[in-house]
Design a protein around this ligand. Structure first.
Ligand SMILES: [Zn+2]
Length: 367
């Protein structure tokens, strides 16, 4: 049986909460980590129609990109749409989880998905926001349990160094301890010093996985008291940030890129600034509302910035700067959220049903 907390744990392995901007409101917004989950609904946002869809389909958990509650609310009752939605979710025991700027920033999030669909190369982060702290974990375990312990640590993301996983170092030695009166020792006798052939396993771990790693070590370890040490390192961890910039495999005309993007994002229309016949090669991507990164994209040599929610004066500014803009719409550039999450959860959880919302639609209609 799966619980909401199990899904969140796996989800946050890939899309850690620590990557979000501090103004954001993410995580489990409604519900209970201990609720059972058989059905999950993924959607860019939970509108009234999506809440109804979840109730009709007897969904246990909704995962959204846009935070379901963003600003503070003082009343929850049926007289407002939001109050009514919250009331309905709770009455139907539906939990709701949001992953927003952390999902934009994380590797394999929204921006990387567009990069992948466009097959960009030499991809870099557009605007760095976060550098992960690294820790070394040392754990002392009986030699007989060392394989299980190394596997458990690797499973929660310890020992990832560049293109290598499962990195660790093991020392052999002898562990000594005296179980006291109130103990219940796995090995040894009360009030006698015991000597056990033990190993010390050391591995590296990022801040986002640290508490998960410690929990796992304690769970897998056979002793009732687990000896482990955690050291903060001066080594530089992974750097994360918003937006991506990379090069197309081959130079394209702006109109060709625009047409390709419409197809790749499955959208009917987009708005473009700049001469459609111009060649473009270096592409910056910021999904949602990302036009504020126009100067950054320009400085980094982008020919085009792909984003959404572009206003008139931003478009004029882009023309002046000499960088092209493709406005794929806020919905258009981010609706792929549901596809990414659906694919990831299907791979990780074989026994739960994952649905993509049918009622979450672009509020704009092109006529
Ligand atoms: Zn958005």
């Amino acid at each position: 049986m799966m619980y909401v907390k199990d899904i969140i744990e796996i989800f946050e392995n890939k899309y850690p909460k620590s990557l979000a901007y501090n103004w954001d409101n993410i995580g489990l917004i409604i519900g209970d980590g201990m609720s059972k989950v058989e059905k999950v609904l993924v959607t860019l946002e939970a509108t009234q129609a999506v809440v109804d869809e979840a109730v009709e389909n007897k969904v246990d958990l909704i995962i959204t990109h846009h935070p379901f509650i963003f600003k503070g609310i003082k009343k929850i009752n049926k007289s407002t749409t939001k109050g009514n939605d919250i009331y309905k979710l709770i009455r139907n025991d539906i939990s709701l989880y949001s992953s927003h700027t952390n999902f934009d920033i994380a590797f394999d999030g929204l921006n990387d998905e567009i990069v992948k669909r466009l097959s960009l190369k030499d991809v870099q982060v557009l605007d760095y926001t976060f550098e992960e702290k690294l820790y070394k974990i040392s754990v002392y375990t009986p030699a007989s349990h060392q394989d299980d312990m190394r596997k458990a640590m690797a499973d929660v993301g310890c020992g990832n160094i560049g293109n290598y996983s499962d990195c660790s170092f093991t020392f052999n030695g002898v562990g000594r301890f005296k179980p006291l009166n109130d103990s219940n020792p796995y090995i040894g006798v009360k009030n006698e010093i015991e000597a056990v052939e033990e190993v010390k396993i050391e591995s590296i771990c990022g801040e986002s996985n640290l508490s998960q790693a410690i929990n796992k070590i304690i769970k897998v370890h056979p002793y009732e008291e687990v000896a482990y040490d955690v050291y903060e390192l001066k080594n530089t961890g992974k750097k994360y940030g918003l937006g991506r910039i990379g090069k197309l495999q081959d130079t394209m005309k702006l109109k060709e890129l625009s047409a390709a993007l419409k197809e790749l994002l499955n959208i009917e229309s987009l708005k473009v600034t700049g001469n459609l016949e111009d060649d473009v090669k270096k592409i910056a991507v910021v999904t949602g509302s990302g036009v504020e990164f126009i100067n950054k994209a320009h400085t980094m040599g982008a020919d085009v910035l792909i984003t959404g929610d572009v206003k008139y004066h931003d478009a004029q500014n882009a023309l002046e700067l000499g960088i092209k803009l493709i406005d794929a719409g806020h919905f258009g550039s981010e609706n792929i959220f549901a596809d990414i999450v659906l694919q990831y959860l299907q791979k990780e959880f074989k026994n739960i049903e994952i649905l993509k919302s049918k009622s979450n639609i672009d509020p704009f209609v092109i006529i």
